[in-house]
Design a protein around this ligand. Structure first.
Ligand SMILES: *Cc1c(COP(=O)(O)O)cnc(C)c1O
Length: 463
């Protein structure tokens, strides 16, 4: 369990914070009337209850998108809890609003944006909601289009916003099919296209450069959902050419969402939405001239659909980016590159092992690996995937499962592409911790041992 790396750092910082307020008359808090013994008993119960979790902090947890917050983020968050600021307005969080503006400017800078409008949100979903809401304000009655691999919430968000949503198929690598997108565009009335740079299921990167070319011809907004993948912009040298081109083009999008609480080492409650044109601020506040939104007096509550938001989330993000600036080649980028290297290495081993079938068409684009057990039928492969998943968990290796079209794994078997896409349950591993690289032998050992168990069981089953 990652304890605070340097005990005492947080209490020293807390003393410094207290010293900022010494001019006030002394007072007694009534909050701790329950007494320390009672609090201690409750905390013991909490620790016990929290034991009923997967060990998200450990490198053998390689399942869903979960990454421990950086110690500096946890400490800064805890420090801010002494004040519990609210970033809905400067009155509620004066310092933390400033810190949010600075931190968000750094995130925008990562995409090459200097003049923009942006703020933190409590999640990627809320951030996407704001982006699609703005798209709907700009082009009322027009459709939103995303790929079948776009995050499931885009459809739901569109329904909430009363915007029609159309789904276009993905290709065999999970990327939005450009041919399918263009035929959707020909039908007309498309207000915005959601390009996902780093899909949730498999880290696929939609061909943003090609979508941009279509924007020239058909005219629509482009919203980039990079909730998961945004930070990969910092490591182009680690990406394959198509993904590199997509990330290079990200600055030409109309809006971008990135989740610091996914790859940005933050506690939950930290998404971010950015708009290339600051004038979209006019949709949030009707009685203010839009020039207000380019001024330095940015008032976060007036450019956000949410009201109360954790100021502590902004403080934690600001602190993390001070320690680990969002710079290509920097420590933050190097950690990300290690995750990417771990994914490529796992994929390489899977490809060299006859028991497994990774994607037919190529290696992972980011740090998420998907593969299926090789089997006679889709049903058998799905069953084995579930059994391997469980057998790995018994060995303390935690993977995830995902449903993907069977054809993506069977391209060599001609004719299968034309079939109606049949789903197969696959194994999935999100290798988002830098430690995963060093732990790959351990992961591989457990995965292969678990697979051997499952195969042995399958051999014993009556036909
Ligand atoms: C996680 C994710 C979301 C949703 O973000 P939350 O922070 O979980 O609300 C949206 N899009 C993509 C691509 C994601 O990976």
């Amino acid at each position: 369990m990652p304890h605070d790396p340097v005990p005492g750092l947080l209490s020293r910082a807390t003393e410094l914070l207290e010293a900022e307020f010494t001019a006030l008359p002394a007072w007694e808090s009534t909050a701790d009337l329950a007494g320390t013994a009672a609090i201690e008993r409750v905390l013991e119960a909490v620790a016990h209850r929290l034991g009923d979790n997967y060990p998200y902090f450990h490198p053998l947890y390689a399942g869903q998108m979960l990454k421990p917050p950086h110690p500096v983020a946890r400490a800064a968050y805890a420090l801010a809890m002494n004040l519990n600021p609210n970033n809905h307005a400067r009155d509620g969080g004066r310092a933390s609003s400033e810190m949010e503006i600075e931190a968000v400017r750094e995130i925008a800078g990562m995409f090459g944006w200097k003049e923009f409008l942006g703020h933190l949100t409590s999640s990627g979903t809320l951030a996407n909601l704001e982006a699609l809401w703005v798209a709907g304000q700009i082009a009322p009655g027009r459709r939103i289009v995303g790929s079948e691999q776009a995050h499931y919430t885009h459809r739901r968000i569109s329904a909430v916003l009363k915007l029609d949503y159309a789904e276009v198929p993905a290709d065999s690598r999970g990327r939005m099919s450009i041919v399918a997108l263009e035929s959707e565009l020909r039908k007309g009335a498309v207000g915005a296209v959601v390009a996902t740079l780093g899909t949730t299921a498999m880290g696929a990167v939609d061909p943003l450069d090609e979508i941009l070319a279509l924007r020239e011809r058909y005219g629509f907004r482009i919203h980039v959902d990079a909730a998961y993948g945004g930070y990969f912009r910092l490591i182009p040298e680690s990406l394959d050419e198509p993904a590199r081109r997509a990330f290079a083009a990200i600055g030409q999008a109309d809006s971008i969402v990135v989740d610091p609480h996914k790859h940005g080492l933050q506690p939950y409650g930290c998404g971010c939405v950015l708009f290339r044109d600051p004038a979209v601020g006019r949709f949030y506040k009707h009685d203010s001239p839009y020039t207000y939104f380019t001024s330095k007096e940015l008032h976060l509550g007036e450019i956000s659909l949410e009201c109360s938001r954790a100021g502590a989330a902004a403080v934690a993000l600001w602190a993390t980016q001070k320690l680990l600036p969002l710079a290509p080649g920097g420590e933050f980028a190097q950690r990300l590159a290690r995750s990417r290297a771990a994914a490529l290495e796992l994929d390489r081993r899977l490809r060299g092992d006859g028991r497994f079938q990774p994607l037919a068409t190529g290696s992972p684009e980011l740090d998420i690996v998907v593969w299926k057990p090789r089997a006679q039928t889709a049903e058998e492969a799905s069953r084995r995937a579930r059994e391997i998943f469980a057998a790995c968990a018994r060995r303390d290796l935690h993977l995830a499962l995902v449903e993907l079209p069977l054809t993506w794994f069977h391209l060599e078997e001609s004719g299968s592409i034309a079939e109606t896409p049949r789903p197969v349950t696959c194994l999935r591993s999100v290798l988002m911790k830098p430690e995963h690289e060093a732990w790959l032998d351990q992961i591989w050992e457990r995965l292969t041992a678990a697979s051997m168990d499952v195969m042995a069981q399958a051999d014993k089953r009556p036909e």
